[in-house]
Structure formats: structure tokens, C-alpha cells
Design a protein. Sequence first.
Length: 166
Amino acid sequence: MALYTACSASVATTTPPGVITLGAASVTTILQIATPSTQDITLVDWGVSFNGAAPAQAVQCEIFGTTVAATSMNSLTPTGLDASGVNRASLCVGGTGATAYYKSGQSEGTVANYRQFDLQLVDPAVGYFKQWPLGFQPYAALSTYVRIRVTAPAAVGVYGFVSWTE
């Protein structure tokens, strides 16, 4: 079993990862993980953090499983976190409608077979982090998508991440 993580930003190079700017009251998938047809995944933890002026109201943040992908996103390659240093490649491969992060103009699609893992109203001045207890972590079935979706009452910048095992 290997541990992987993905974040809702480009991989850092000579500059830090870019922050996603959310529009006011728009439902936005900031990160999506596509499970392969041969392996389910077990979620370990997830979180969101915000920048800028805090809106007067909390930001709705959710992580859920679905059979419908958001599309036209930025493809990403998950990062392996094996303690052995081998860092096997994840089976959750990148693609604009697969394992990906937010891109302006993306399509949310109509969510089907919604399976809620966590739903929170998050104070944008604090952010949110959840690690599921060992033995009680949710899993995402074969050929499904794990999505982190946020809805902010006012424009604000956001990062999101999720870690899982395969």
C-alpha cells in the first residue's frame, strides 16, 4: 500500500504554486481524483486554506465521491509519499477530466451518485483539516471521482489537498 497526495495547484518550480481565486457564490471543484478501474482508494486526510480578506460568512467546503467528473481542468500527477523513498506512480492518472485541479472555464457537470465524505462551513480566516481515524477512512470505488468542491460568499483565494492510499 502506498500513500499519495494531490493539491489544487501547479507543481512548484521557480515560483510557488498558484492560488485559485474563487468567484462569489459560484460552486467550484478545486481538486478531483479519478480512481482507476482496477483499484479503489482509501482517503487519509484532506483540507482547505484561504487567503485575502475573510468574507463575512463561512465558505461551504465538501469532499465527496461521484460517478461524474468535472471537465476541462488542469491535469496533475499525484505525489508519492512512500516512506521507503521508492515513490511508485499513482494509478490515479492525470487528465483534464481525470485527476486534475481547477481551471477557469471548467465544467462542473451534473453530479450523480453523490457520496459525501465530509461537509463543513469553514471560517476562511482559519481553514480546515481532517484526518480520518485508522480503520474508519472512507474509500472511493473503482472508476469514480473524489472531488473537493467549495462555494464562497465572496471572492477569496483557496488551496485544497487530499491524501490517499492505493
